[in-house]
Design a protein. Structure first.
Length: 678
């Protein structure tokens, strides 16, 4: 690390990032730091530079968990048995990298099975949490880490101890570490519960100052040409900073926080409407560290004001309710324009939007609809097949969680949406299963294997002793019937098939704009969950595959923006086309988990056979719903009013699908609905 790490003191233009890391190094009670930012903004470089800068630590000789000789109250179980005053030795502070494909055993630790089989002893094999004690645990792309692994790490970091209860073993050891996570928000965000566990959160952006960007280029070129010479150039500054960190650590215990400063902290947190009290504690600890870093013995309001944004960035909540969706202004002309003949004459035909024309025709259609009984499909006239229109994509929003139900199939896919059993040696170990004897395939579960063999050890040893004259050297005797394999579980991606109503009725009153807003939100979610996508639209007399199955969500977004609207509504054709596509996909991927999302108001008026459109749609939907491997979701785009036909709801019932209105997809809307029910 000494000769390959870019010096921390040579970083350019990232003052907040550097200060946040230094304060955590001085006072780990802050709770670590999450660094969010664009690609190539020195996030990882800064973390590695800090690790190379930290002073050596004194550890108990022979301790596997880096216990501090000066803190007997934090000793692991081994050091407690040795005595209260063991000798110590200095060791360099570590930077422990946590890979994204890490297993639970590797993180928390487990039984050393090689020693258990040869000696019969239950001995703990330390995990990464033990290695990171009194050091840095670095997680690059922390937002892509499996949730159960993130839960384990954050719980240990918050409590300061790692408790292991597994395979009949109970053990605990100190795990006081500096947790640093980096992430690119474009890849998806962390759950709020995990986000709050990080003491600081820093937003890192590209440097805009031209002079600083040029200086950054010059320094990087010099480092690449001769890393040793470059490090020597900044060695003096690094030594000064290292001494300053050590002095601040020693002074930290003497720094005082006046009572009125605590009042200031509480007022800051209250005014930002933060949840819980963790923000207050983080600001207090950070202000103490900053004062110690500056060599002061008393915290002032300047220190609190400096560190508060780092502690509040990811905890501040908006107290105002989200604004209601704006009515589409193109659907109605202003009252003054309706009453002014002059303004009507000045308005040229080219300036009249096609959406206004559609809205007018839709209004006439609604008048006719009111004459029909509720539940029957409206009869659209051939006039609905006018010119094609292209509507803009609305603003995306955060959607509710969508996933497939768990089953017992084993898959090899990856992703972040639905939980599934996995055949790879990744994911969470949930249980063990018999291997079936010889020819074992899979990840052997040694703990379950030993438990299965344990009841037969006495009889097997007696038998083998009679044939080998007592020359048995194995502590445990195994047979093929004892072998157990691990059943692992992790999240995988899905195939999302968007079936979009592109008929003329979707253009009225901003329906298509709202529908595109919902689709683009689902596409963004699909990108973060590593899904494949496909897009089908139905209009006029047939359905088209606008976008074949692809992993390019960006291409899907482009196709969505260019999708035209106009004509009648062949809903049956859209259902058949989607079923054919998904059926072919399942032939190639029998364990696939497709999710078909249908966005329509259900007002079909074109058949593919001799039946009436609505009856044909319901018959096809009932038949399609028999395929248990396909999950259907129907998003109803019909507007609320005095007269509604609820045809999309009937479609969802026939398919056995989940049913939503467009606004129901928004996570904020669901939260509001739950609060109202409470």
């Amino acid at each position: 690390m000494k000769y390959t790490t870019y010096p921390f003191t040579a970083l350019v233009g990232q003052e907040d990032l550097q200060l946040g890391l230094l304060l955590n190094a001085i006072n780990p009670a802050i709770g670590g730091m999450l660094i969010r930012g664009e690609k190539g903004t020195a996030k990882s470089t800064a973390v590695r530079g800090l690790a190379a800068l930290l002073p050596d630590i004194k550890v108990v000789i022979g301790c596997r968990f880096s216990c501090d000789p000066a803190k007997p109250e934090d000793y692991c179980q081994d050091c407690r048995q040795k005595g209260t005053n063991p000798k110590g030795i200095f060791r360099k502070t570590r930077l422990v990298n946590l890979p994204l494909n890490v297993t639970e055993d590797r993180v928390v630790g487990g039984i050393d099975f090689s020693r258990a089989i040869t000696s019969g002893e239950t001995i703990l094999q330390p995990g990464l949490l033990a290695e990171a004690h009194r050091s840095l645990l670095y997680i690059d792309e922390v937002n892509l880490l499996d949730d159960h692994i993130a839960d384990l790490i954050l719980e240990a970091a918050a409590s300061g101890r790692n408790v292991i209860e597994r395979e009949g073993m109970s053990y605990n050891h100190p795990a006081r570490l500096i947790l640093i996570g980096t992430m690119n928000p474009e890849e998806g965000d962390l759950r709020p519960q995990l986000l709050d566990r990080f003491g600081f959160c820093i937003e890192v952006k590209s440097i805009e100052n031209i002079d600083q960007r040029v200086e950054l280029l010059l320094r990087r070129e010099a480092f690449d040409q001769d890393a040793n010479e470059f490090r020597n150039r900044y060695q003096e500054a690094s030594d000064r900073l290292q001494n300053r960190i050590e002095q601040a650590r020693q002074k930290l215990g003497t720094v005082k926080l006046p009572g009125h400063m605590r009042m200031f902290i509480s007022e800051l947190c209250t005014s930002n409407n933060v949840a819980g009290h963790r923000a207050d504690l983080v600001i207090e600890q950070a202000a103490l560290a900053l004062a110690a870093y500056e060599g002061l013995s008393l915290v002032t309001h300047v220190h609190i004001a400096r560190v508060a944004p780092m502690a509040l960035l990811h905890r501040t909540r908006d107290t105002e309710p989200p604004p209601a969706e704006e009515k589409c202004k193109e659907t109605e002309a202003p009252e003054e324009q309706k009453q002014s003949p002059q303004s009507s004459q000045e308005e040229s035909p080219q300036n009249t939007t096609q959406e206004e024309k559609t809205a007018d025709s839709e209004g006439e259609e609604d008048k006719d609809n009111k004459k029909s009984t509720k539940g029957e499909a409206p009869e659209e006239t051939p006039s609905s097949g006018g010119e094609d229109q292209v509507f803009a994509v609305g603003e995306p929003f955060k959607i509710k969680q969508i996933s497939s139900k768990k089953d017992r199939l084993t898959r090899t896919a990856s992703g972040r949406r639905s939980r599934s059993r996995i055949s790879q040696k990744q994911g969470r170990y949930i249980k063990a299963s018999p291997s079936g004897g010889a020819g074992v395939k899979g990840d052997i579960a040694l703990d379950a294997t030993i438990r299965a063999a344990a009841p037969f050890q006495l009889s097997r040893k007696k038998k083998i002793n009679t044939t080998t004259n007592g020359n048995n050297t194995l502590a445990i005797l195994l047979t093929p019937s004892d072998i157990r394999i691990k059943i692992r579980e992790k999240k995988i991606g899905n195939l999302l098939v968007f079936v979009v109503d592109g008929s003329g009725s979707m253009g009225a009153r901003g329906r298509m704009t709202a529908s595109k807003s919902a689709i683009i939100s689902l596409l963004l979610d699909a990108y973060q969950k590593r899904d494949k996508v496909c897009m089908i639209s139905f209009r006029r007399t047939e359905a088209h595959v606008n976008l074949p199955i692809t992993s390019s969500v960006e291409l899907a977004g482009k196709m969505l923006a260019e999708m035209p609207v106009g004509g009648r509504t062949p809903l049956s054709a859209g259902l058949v086309k989607s079923y054919e596509l998904v059926r072919n996909y399942l032939v190639r991927e029998p364990t696939g988990r497709p999710i078909v999302i249908i966005l329509t108001d259900g007002k079909t008026n074109v058949s593919i056979g001799e039946e009436k459109p609505v009856l044909e749609m319901q018959r096809l939907a009932t038949a399609m719903g028999q395929e248990q491997r396909i999950k259907y979701i129907v998003v109803d785009t019909e507007e609320e009013g005095l007269v509604t036909f609820d045809l999309a709801k009937k479609l969802a019932s026939a398919l056995g699908a989940e049913y939503f209105k467009t606004s129901d997809l928004q996570a904020e809307e669901l939260v509001g609905m739950i609060r109202e029910q409470r």
